[in-house]
Every structure is written in structure tokens, then in C-alpha cells.
Design a protein around this ligand. Structure first.
Ligand SMILES: NC(=O)c1ccc[n+]([C@@H]2O[C@H](COP(=O)([O-])OP(=O)(O)OC[C@H]3O[C@@H](n4cnc5c(N)ncnc54)[C@H](OP(=O)(O)O)[C@@H]3O)[C@@H](O)[C@H]2O)c1
Length: 236
């Protein structure tokens, strides 16, 4: 990976590059086509960024203490428990971070490997009201975190996660959860991987939904690897 901004540099290590922040922080990490779609023609992301994007995706996971994912993305069935490739496991020096699923409805498929076979148990964030009526396996219950009575209070959820030692968080999307986190003022950084792909209008999904107003971004760094532009923005 080459750094283009702020200071051009050849062959930098993305683990060091993205590991430059001092916690606690919350970053949103997503891949998007050059014409602004966060989904490929199958409604997923595999067709967007390729290997270079996937490597940074794994590094953002390895650098985080918790990996926030919206229930909509979980329902795609494509989210696997975090695993660390050997080189990343050595550098991280501890087991993979838990996936933290955020859900109001708790309408989730509890038979997914995410809930049955994760090396570090998946955490589920929801409201007290939703938990009261939910049906879920006993094995999942100890890993449920309630934040908010009738609705999920994301600020409280992030606070509770940090109280449990999950200081540094990465949100992998989807757009609905990322929007809620931005709206709640909880996001410190957006790591946007711009894929060298045009998706066209057919199945175009935007990175964010409605915001109350524009949010200013502070460009922090740009890297390039295998045609993918890796853009890092601070939220001011
Ligand atoms: N390009 C990328 O990097 C990327 C990354 C991830 C996903 N995606 C794509 O995005 C699509 C899914 O995105 P999405 O926006 O539909 O779904 P999403 O953000 O993954 O999940 C939405 C769900 O998350 C829960 N949620 C979101 N905000 C919440 C809040 N403030 N409080 C409580 N719960 C909240 C709700 O769950 P309940 O419905 O259970 O209440 C909501 O329906 C998929 O097609 C996927 O391929 C792309």
C-alpha cells in the first residue's frame, strides 16, 4: 500500500497506518464503488473492493476491541465471526474482537455460526423491552447488552461496551447503523475504501441514509493499493 496523503510514501504497512489512532475511538469502515454504491449487483460487497479492500477490512477488525454490525447486514447471512490470520494474531496478541450486533427487533437467525461458533462470543445490543419478549437460545443470553428501555440508546451502548474494555470500535455498517452512529455524534473517523468499480443505478445503495444536516469531514490520509483508494476522514 502506498500513502498519497498527507506525505507520499511507498510501501507502508496498513496495520501501522491504521493503528496510528489513540483510543478510545469509533471508526466506520466501509467499501464503496466509485459511483457511490456500497453494494454490488448481488446486494453484497464482494464485487466491490477485491483483495486489497479485504486486507484492510481484516486489519480494521484486528485493531478493534469490538466490531459493530447492524442486524440488516447480519440477516444477509454473509457476516462470519472474526478470525485472525496468523500474522494478525501475532501482532494483535489476543483473540479476535467480538462482533457486536445492534438490533431493535432481535429478529435474528440464532443458528448462524456468528452465534454458535464464534471464538470470541458475539455480543447483541438491544433494548430492555425487546429482550423481555425475545426468543433466543440460552447460550446467547449472557452476551446480550441492553442499552435503553424501549429503544436502543447507542450512546449508552458505546459507553457500556467501553466499560467492558471494548474501547476501540469499528462499525462495518450497514448504512442504517452507520447513519445512526453519525447522527448520535459517536463516530470519530470514516475509513472509506473507494473501489475502482462503477455499479450503475440498478442496485445502488448509498453509504448513509438521512442526516439531520450536512456533517463536515476532515481529510486525514489517502492510501492506494491495487486500484483501491483508501480514504480516511475525521469527523469534526
Ligand atoms: N459496503 C460496505 O462496506 C457494507 C457494509 C455492511 C453492509 N453493507 C450492505 O448494506 C446492506 C444492509 O444495510 P442496512 O442499512 O439495510 O442494514 P444495517 O445497518 O446493517 O442494519 C439495520 C438494522 O440494524 C439495527 N439498527 C440500526 N440502527 C439502529 C439503532 N439506532 N438502534 C437499534 N437498532 C438499529 C436495526 O435492526 P432490527 O431490524 O433488528 O431492529 C436495523 O433494521 C446489505 O446489503 C449489505 O450488503 C455494505
Amino acid at each position: 500500500m502506498r500513502r498519497l496523503l498527507p506525505e507520499p510514501a511507498g510501501e507502508i504497512d496498513p496495520y501501522d497506518a491504521y493503528g496510528d489512532v489513540k483510543g478510545p475511538w469509533l471508526r466506520v469502515g466501509m467499501v464503496m464503488s466509485a459511483d457511490g454504491s456500497v453494494t454490488d449487483e448481488h446486494g453484497w460487497t464482494h464485487g466491490l473492493g477485491g483483495e486489497a479492500d479485504f486486507w484492510v477490512f481484516l486489519i480494521l477488525r484486528a485493531l478493534a476491541d469490538g466490531i459493530l454490525v447492524g442486524a440488516g447486514t447480519i440477516r444477509s447471512g454473509m457476516v462470519r465471526p472474526a478470525r485472525l490470520r496468523r500474522s494478525l494474531r501475532e501482532r494483535r496478541g489476543r483473540p479476535p474482537a467480538p462482533i457486536v450486533v445492534v438490533s431493535r427487533s432481535l429478529s435474528l437467525d440464532w443458528t448462524l455460526p456468528l452465534f454458535t461458533a464464534a471464538e470470541t462470543p458475539t455480543i447483541v445490543v438491544t433494548s430492555a423491552a425487546a429482550l423481555k419478549t425475545a426468543e433466543m437460545p440460552d447460550a446467547v443470553r449472557p452476551h446480550v447488552l441492553t442499552a435503553g428501555d424501549d429503544d436502543v440508546d447507542l450512546g449508552r451502548a458505546v459507553h457500556e461496551l467501553r466499560e467492558r474494555g471494548l474501547e476501540n470500535l469499528v462499525c462495518e455498517g450497514g448504512p442504517m447503523l452507520a447513519t445512526s452512529l453519525v447522527e448520535a455524534g459517536l463516530v470519530d473517523e470514516i475509513c472509506l475504501n473507494l473501489a475502482p468499480t462503477l455499479m450503475g443505478g440498478g442496485r445502488h445503495t448509498r453509504m448513509l441514509g438521512e442526516l439531520a444536516g450536512p456533517a463536515a469531514l476532515d481529510p486525514a490520509a489517502v492510501y492506494l493499493d491495487d486500484g483501491v483508494l483508501f480514504l480516511r476522514y475525521g469527523l469534526t
